[in-house]
Design a binder for this molecule. Structure first.
Ligand code: SAH
Length: 381
C-alpha cells in the first residue's frame, strides 16, 4: 500500500455528498444554512449534470458552497493513470484518499461490425472493493487480499471520472457529451461482500432522482455467495445477475476459488434459481476458461448437465487473460471452440466474450498491481 503523502490525506474523510438521496442532500444543505430547495439543485448538479465540483454550481449561493465544502466531501479519488486499448476500451487507475488504488473501465461497443459511427453501447465497469478477499487464482485483484470496502460514494465517484472523460471527448470532437448506457459491477472486488456499499451506490444508479439507469441495464457479477444472492433478490430491483461459476465439480472449483470450500456449486446454482424466481431476470453464468484446467470436453458436458434444469440461464465463456505468476495457462482457440460447440449442441445459450482490451490488461486488478508497485506514477494517455 502507498504511504499517504500528508496527514491531511490520512485524516478520515468527511461525509460525502455523493451517494446522498434528495432528503439527505436537503438535510446537508440545511446544516450549512441553505434552503431545502437548494438540496434539489444539488441533486440536479450531481446526478443529472454529473458535476461534483461545488465551485461550478453557479445557482447555489457562494456562502452555502463554501460551508458545504467545509463539512462534506465530493470527489475524494484522483485519476492517476489512463490506458486505451485501441478497441474502444479505456481503463482508469484511481487513487483513493488513503492511497489505495482501484480501477474502472469504460467500454465502447458497436452492435454491428460497422464501427465508423458512435458506439451503440457505453458501459462502465466499476469496482466495489480495494483488493478482494475471494482469492480466485486467475484474478489479479485478489492477489494482495482485501484492503477495504469502498463506500457508496467512492463507488459512485467512478461515474464522475468517466463523465469527465466523455465530456472531454465530446468537447474535443465538437459535439455534446455522450453518456453511459450500461453499468456492470465486474471490476475489482466481490460486490456482494460489500453489500451495503453496493446497495447504497445502486440506489443512486437506479433512482429516478439519481443517474436513472433502468435495472435491466445494470449487471451485478458475483463469485457466488448464496445468502447474499437471495438478499439481493429481496431488495426488489430487477438487476441482471451474473454468477462466476468457472468449474463443474466442487473439487475443481475450490482449486480455482478457495472460498468455494464453504459454499459449493449446488448451493450457488440453487440461489441463482431463486434469484430468477423472484426477479424474473435471466441469470448469466460466467465461465473463465483456463487452459488444461477446466476447458476439457468433459467439463463442457458436465456444465450442460449442471444447468440442464436451470429455469432460464445463459453461459458467458471468458478465455482467461494471462496473469503473471498465476501459473495458469490460456485455453487454446480449439479448446474454446469445442467447449462452445458442445454446450450449444446441448441447447445451452452460450456467448464467448471477445478478448477486449487485452492490451490495457483488461482482466480486473492488473493495472492496479502495476500502479501500486510504482505508486504515484503520473497520468499517461
Ligand atoms: N467478484 C466478482 C466480480 C469481479 S470479476 C465475480 O467474481 O464475478 C468479473 C469477472 O471476471 C469474473 O467472472 C471473474 O472470474 C473474471 N476474471 C477475473 N480475472 C480474470 C482473468 N484473468 N481472465 C478472465 N476472466 C477473469
Amino acid at each position: 500500500m502507498a504511504q499517504p503523502a500528508s496527514r491531511l490525506e490520512s485524516a478520515p474523510p468527511l461525509p460525502s455528498l455523493i451517494g446522498m438521496n434528495p432528503d439527505q442532500l436537503a438535510h446537508a444543505v440545511g446544516q450549512c444554512g441553505g434552503r431545502p430547495f437548494n438540496g434539489g439543485q444539488l441533486a440536479q448538479w450531481l446526478y443529472k449534470r454529473r458535476v461534483a465540483d461545488l465551485g461550478a454550481m453557479s445557482d447555489l449561493p457562494k456562502a452555502l458552497r463554501v460551508t458545504l465544502a467545509e463539512k462534506f466531501s465530493t470527489i475524494t479519488s484522483q485519476v492517476i493513470a489512463r490506458q486505451e486499448s485501441g478497441e474502444g476500451t479505456t481503463k482508469l487507475g484511481l487513487r483513493l484518499h488513503d492511497g489505495l488504488v482501484i480501477e474502472c473501465v469504460l467500454m465502447r461497443e458497436h452492435d454491428t461490425d460497422d464501427v465508423s459511427g458512435p458506439p451503440d453501447r457505453l458501459t462502465i465497469c466499476i469496482s466495489t472493493q480495494a483488493g478482494c478477499a475471494m482469492g480466485c487464482r486467475f484474478c489479479a485483484s485478489g492477489r494482495l487480499g482485501l484492503k477495504r470496502h469502498l463506500s457508496a460514494g467512492e463507488i459512485l465517484e467512478q461515474f464522475f471520472h468517466v463523465a469527465d472523460l466523455l465530456r472531454q471527448e465530446g468537447a474535443a470532437q465538437g459535439r455534446p457529451e455522450s453518456w453511459l448506457t450500461n453499468v456492470v459491477v465486474m471490476g475489482m472486488g466481490e460486490p456482494l461482500h460489500n453489500f451495503d456499499g453496493l446497495m447504497g451506490a445502486l440506489e443512486v444508479v437506479n433512482a429516478e432522482w439519481g443517474f436513472h439507469f433502468g435495472a435491466r441495464r445494470v449487471t451485478v457479477s458475483t463469485v457466488g455467495l448464496p445468502d447474499r444472492i437471495r438478499e439481493l433478490a429481496g431488495q426488489g430491483y430487477q438487476f441482471n445477475l451474473a454468477v462466476s461459476l468457472h468449474a463443474t465439480t466442487d473439487e475443481q472449483r475450490t482449486s480455482l476459488i478457495p472460498t468455494n470450500a464453504g459454499t459449493g456449486l449446488k448451493a450457488i446454482i440453487a440461489a441463482a434459481a431463486d434469484y430468477f424466481r423472484v426477479s424474473r431476470r435471466e441469470v448469466t453464468f460466467e465461465y473463465t476458461l483456463v487452459g488444461e484446467s477446466n476447458d476439457a470436453p468433459d467439463d463442457a458436458l458436465r456444465l450442460a448437465e449442471l444447468l440442464r434444469d436451470f429455469p432460464r440461464g445463459n453461459v458467458n465463456l471468458i478465455p482467461m487473460n494471462p496473469v503473471e505468476g498465476s501459473g495458469l495457462k490460456e485455453p487454446t482457440a480449439q479448446a474454446v471452440e469445442e467447449f462452445t460447440r458442445l454446450l450449444r449442441q446441448r441447447g445451452v445459450n452460450v456467448h464467448v466474450r471477445r478478448k477486449r482490451g487485452r492490451r490495457v490488461l483488461a482482466a480486473c486488478g492488473q493495472l492496479r498491481l502495476q500502479l501500486e508497485s510504482a505508486s504515484g506514477s503520473p497520468v499517461s494517455g
